[in-house]
Design a protein around this ligand. Structure first.
Ligand code: FE2
Length: 321
């Protein structure tokens, strides 16, 4: 069991207050067995847990995601954020002071934390938990060999790609500015970068990836993608190839983002949202004030990669097809 202690103070300001991690994302879907097949082939450790699926990464005990069966269409059920025990009462007081009403937990999700809805009605939880956002930039690998030796293996011997951890989720919002303000004044996230009123990226003050929560404009809330850290660009390619072999061919990649800098390949999931293989994302140490900037949308989405497919910008939860 990972220790919940180990407070890592934010050092940019002595009175700074904020969550340290995106603890878990929870989706509802019509058929959990479809999710089991998709996330299992993606390389995640998926297990049945009563009416739900638990999604972990192999070799890591944290539950990064859950899928609950029962809805007519896929929907974002809630996002859960982790904080230090010392900060829970202060965060609760600040959220209530901001005029946000606390509510009862949904059945089956009782916890040590508290629950509320964001400014658009999306269910959120803050609870005490281990800091699962990284304390350092993740190490990426470039595997090469000397002359006279073949570097690539055969497909048969290549094995399964196993993501190391959840990096972030990206959700739709109808108002980027209102969302940035909400997450700043409630759970203490900070803006990393944005591109006009189209997309924004937010990080944790105790040290996290360039974004643990990202926001993209739509007509309504919804879940766009979950992003999984892998060790190398090679793993991104192998993962994408395996998913294509299993019938999950649609997606976008290989490419490299500008904001966040990560290499990516997105695989379209069974419900029109995405799961991302990500490598070498930028890291924001707790000591740093990232120079949050507003970038030109046309010059900040991706540095290189294939043309963006139309379905990448669709929000099925808003009824878009
Ligand atoms: Fe992403």
């Amino acid at each position: 069991m990972t220790a919940i202690g180990g407070y890592v103070a934010p050092t940019t300001e002595s009175d700074a207050l904020g969550v340290h991690s995106l603890d878990q994302f929870v989706l509802t879907v019509p058929d959990a067995s479809v999710a089991e097949d998709f996330y299992g082939n993606f390389g995640l450790d998926v297990k049945r847990d009563g009416q739900a699926l638990s999604i972990k990464t192999f070799g890591h005990e944290h539950r990064w995601g859950s899928v609950v069966e029962g809805s007519r269409a896929k929907a974002l059920h809630h996002l859960s954020f982790g904080c230090y025990a010392e900060d829970l009462p202060r965060l609760k007081a600040r959220i209530e002071d901001a005029g946000v009403k606390l509510i009862d937990p949904p059945p089956g999700f009782e916890s040590n934390g508290f629950w509320f809805r964001n400014h658009e009605g999306v269910l959120m939880e803050v609870k005490v938990g281990p800091k699962v956002s990284p304390d350092h930039k993740a190490v990426s690998e470039w595997i090469t060999v000397g002359p006279g030796v073949a570097a690539a293996t055969t497909r048969e011997k290549s094995g399964l790609v196993r993501p190391r951890r959840l990096s972030h989720v990206l959700i739709f919002t109808s108002d980027i500015d209102a969302s940035i303000k909400f997450y700043e004044r409630t759970i203490g996230l900070r803006l990393s970068d944005r591109a006009s009123d189209i997309v924004a990226f937010m990080h944790g003050i105790h040290g996290s990836d360039h974004h643990l929560l990202a926001l993209v404009k739509s007509s309504a809330p919804g879940f766009h993608h979950c992003s999984w850290d892998v060790a190398s660009v090679q793993d991104i390619g192998l993962g994408a190839m395996r998913m294509a072999d299993k019938g999950w061919e649609k997606g976008w990649g290989l490419g490299r983002h500008v904001l966040g800098s990560n290499y990516f390949h997105y695989v379209m999931d069974p419900w029109g949202s995405f799961s991302e293989y990500s490598c070498d994302i930028d890291y924001i140490p707790k000591e740093d004030r990232w120079p949050a900037a507003d970038h030109k949308p046309e010059d900040s989405f991706y540095l290189w990669g294939p043309v963006v497919p139309r379905e990448f910008t669709i929000n099925p939860e808003a009824g878009e097809v």
